[in-house]
Design a protein around this ligand. Sequence first.
Ligand SMILES: Nc1ncnc2c1ncn2[C@@H]1O[C@H](COP(=O)(O)OP(=O)(O)OP(=O)(O)O)[C@@H](O)[C@H]1O
Length: 270
Amino acid sequence: MATAPLSPPTSSPASTADSSRPAADLTAPPGLALRNVEVSYGRQKVLMGLNLTARPGRVYGLLGLNGAGKSTTFNTALGLLRPDAGSIEVLGRPLTRESLSHVGASINGPAFYPQLSARRNLHIHCLLTGTTVEVIDPLLEQVGLGRAGRKRAGSFSTGMKVRLALAMALLGDPEVLVLDEPQSGLDPQGIIWLRDLLRELAAGGRTVIVSSHVLGEMARTCDDVGVLAGGRMVYEGPLTEFAVAGQDLEDVFLAAVTGAADRRGQEVRR
Ligand SMILES: Nc1ncnc2c1ncn2[C@@H]1O[C@H](COP(=O)(O)OP(=O)(O)OP(=O)(O)O)[C@@H](O)[C@H]1O
């Protein structure tokens, strides 16, 4: 699938997820799909038959309470954790080194060499991934670090580190982007900037998957949501069908996850 090249982020007012956005293209293979995935840490089962489908051209928000398994889902989707059962597909192909080369990710917080400049960090990533270094300057501009490229990454503010992590994730112009809590550490201006960037990436045909606890921001950013509770997806689909007009996303979310917890409690008690 071809994706449109990135253009500088717009300074448009906050875009809000709404029903006027085009429906998902169900004929294209999902950017990322997990099928009946089971993952345990020792005796603790964390994912129990998890299904997730994130589609091109859409921003997908993975929601769940602390400890629901969002990071475990991302680590498994990226091949960093081996599932006990189930399968993972990227762009309709099995998870392999080749299919993973179409995925950019930022998980487990920003990771870089603090003693090196932002530019040098990106240079190393280019060498590791076989990406041309020509992309570095436009990318630094793209994430708002154009004037900070020569500064030591270790001296960056939290928000600047988040922007550098995003630049690393975007390095190979990936068709699928997986970001674990990308807003974390950004100020309100940065959050609006990120929202516009994610929407622009999706509008260019990419599959964008983010996790977050900030429900209001997810409501503004995402087309689709997956709500993880009790090791399973308790809702997956358009945001507008999860919290319909007039409903508060927080209320609907809490009802969905506590309902799942109650059901799970009953299963355990039985
Ligand atoms: N490496 C690990 N070893 C053992 N248990 C783990 C490990 N990583 C996660 N867990 C456990 O798995 C469960 C799910 O954790 P995970 O980090 O995936 O949740 P999360 O939804 O990302 O949480 P948060 O929103 O707090 O980041 C938790 O009970 C956690 O304690």
